[in-house]
Design a protein around this ligand. Structure first.
Ligand SMILES: Cc1cc2nc3c(=O)[nH]c(=O)nc-3n(C[C@H](O)[C@H](O)[C@H](O)COP(=O)(O)OP(=O)(O)OC[C@H]3O[C@@H](n4cnc5c(N)ncnc54)[C@H](O)[C@@H]3O)c2cc1C
Length: 473
């Protein structure tokens, strides 16, 4: 099989071992986070809206619900602690795209794509305005993204994508002047579509804003079931220690099992892994440049994403996407040495001038992959229950859009959002086990082959493409 730049470079195994040796297995973004703790839900109370899940989707839903109707009684029921899951451990790329990238959107909703692009940009602009107006301390930087070609066949793809207004195509020398890696053959700088931020502080800011708006937040409150709501009754939301009776319920449980049985197979939890370096010294930073501090991603099917933190660490993640049989989610899966070693090797391949830099943190998290790589919206119990999931690794900004869709649905409103084909359509589910596991492994193998074969997709991938199905991180 032909080699990619990441296979052919030699990186000393001792350098990799030393770089990872002192790293701690927990998300950097949750270290020392200034966030209050809230009580567990107990007993029985009535609410206008109960939101299940305290990540970005749940927090935005609760906050925007209070903005729409300040007198409503709104609660969040979170199984563990606010922001502990994907929302507190992601890469912090806050991207305008609602469709998991332009190509995916163009393929699925060609007639709607212009509108989806506009709505995505408006959503990102509104997030930026909210952060600024409220003085949220979440290191929001509207840096744009740099997509980089590390193989010759990827250059044409970037050249074709560049448009004069918001995307600038960069030849090898020009891209290396932005960020200096010997692996870069070309780049595309999209100036407007992305911000980078501190994910944990965004969750903390949202939670504080919710509490200030009067949202009642409950942590360590696992919702076990939903009952009622199919006739004229309210919905009973049962936790381990009580029952919340709700006129409306928004389910924001992401990669965790859906409380609506009919959507259990619509997502699979896929583990994504991340490394964070120590802060770079001024000399180390000067050796790579990065004056515009863009978020960066390379172009293969198995891609890396990387960015600077406010204190000039490099977050380096992606590439492996690991699915465990039965869709299992377990704390021990957060640590996965083979993925971290591979990530470290690829890091030093990309930045050989940073040999000697250490990683301070390593972690993993689950992504809610859907067969169309973008969120879908479900409804149940005569419109009293709304559900959004399937962000497939691109939810930092899209969760706010999803929150608005859920509130439109719960309010019985017809809006520009609810009329979108993207919102009305629900993707096909994954098959049950063992077919899910076998299918995901076969697709991963095929994607790896394509990355080693100038992007050429084999029969399996072409068939999945034709069916509009897929697997991604
Ligand atoms: C490693 C990693 C890197 C990523 N990088 C990026 C990135 O750079 N940019 C980007 O856009 N996206 C990224 N993502 C995806 C992004 O983080 C998610 O799409 C987003 O955070 C989803 O938010 P959420 O609120 O839907 O889910 P979560 O943050 O997972 O929150 C769901 C919450 O629901 C709770 N819950 C579940 N079931 C129950 C129940 N029965 N009762 C009570 N509570 C329940 C959980 O405890 C959890 O707190 C990444 C994800 C990971 C894991």
């Amino acid at each position: 099989m032909p080699q990619t730049v990441f296979d052919s470079a030699h990186v000393d195994p001792a350098l990799i071992a030393a770089s990872l040796g002192a790293s701690v297995p927990r998300p950097f973004w949750l270290d020392g986070l200034d966030i209050p703790r809230w009580p567990a839900f107990a007993g029985s109370s009535a609410f206008d809206l109960v939101v299940v899940g305290g990540g970005y989707t749940g927090l935005w839903t609760a906050l925007l619900a209070k903005q729409r109707d300040p007198d409503s009684r709104v609660a969040i029921l979170e199984a563990r602690t606010i922001g502990w899951a994907a929302s507190g451990r992601n890469g912090g790329f806050c991207e305008a795209s609602l469709t998991h990238g332009e190509v995916n959107g163009e393929t699925r909703w060609p007639r709607e794509m212009e509108q989806l692009t506009r709505l995505g940009l408006e959503n990102l602009d509104e997030i930026e305005a909210t952060v600024a107006e409220n003085g949220w301390d979440c290191d929001f930087e509207r840096t744009g993204t740099l997509s980089v070609a590390t193989e010759e066949y990827q250059v044409a793809e970037l050249r074709a994508a560049g448009d004069a207004h918001t995307e600038v195509f960069l030849e090898a020398d020009a891209v290396r002047a932005h960020l200096n890696s010997p692996t870069f053959r070309a780049g595309l700088w999209s100036t407007r579509d992305t911000a980078v931020l501190h994910p944990g502080r965004l969750a903390a800011s949202l939670a504080r804003a919710c509490a200030e708006a009067g949202v009642e937040i409950f942590e360590r409150s696992v919702v076990r079931s939903l009952d009622g709501g199919s006739d004229d009754t309210d919905v009973s939301v049962t936790t381990t220690a009580g029952t919340a009776v709700a006129k409306r319920v928004a389910l924001a449980t992401n990669a965790f099992p859906s409380l609506l049985a009919r959507y259990r197979l619509h997502t699979v939890p896929v583990y994504d892994y991340v490394l964070m370096t120590e802060p770079l010294t001024p000399e180390q930073l000067a050796s790579i440049g990065w004056g515009n501090r863009q978020g960066v991603a390379d172009l293969a099917n198995q891609f890396h994403y990387y960015r600077l933190s406010a204190d000039n660490r490099i977050l380096w993640g992606g590439y492996d996407a690991v699915y465990r049989y039965g869709g299992r989610i377990r704390p021990e899966y957060d640590d996965h040495p083979p993925s971290f070693e591979k990530l470290a090797r690829h890091f030093f391949t990309t930045f050989p001038q940073l040999a000697g830099v250490r990683f301070s943190h390593r972690w993993g998290g689950v992504i809610d992959t859907s067969t169309r790589f973008t969120a879908f919206f479900g409804r149940a119990r005569r419109g009293r229950v709304s559900y959004a999931a399937g962000f497939t690794g691109l939810g930092v900004a899209a969760t706010r859009f999803a929150a608005n869709v859920m509130l439109d649905h719960l309010g019985g409103l017809t809006t520009e959002r609810t009329e979108l084909e993207m919102v009305k359509s629900v993707p096909p589910p994954f098959p049950p086990e063992p077919a899910a596991y076998l299918g995901v492994q076969a697709t991963r193998w095929a994607l790896d082959r394509a990355d080693h074969n100038e992007g050429r997709r084999n029969l399996l991938l072409r068939s999945l493409d034709a069916l509009g199905l897929g697997f991604d991180s």
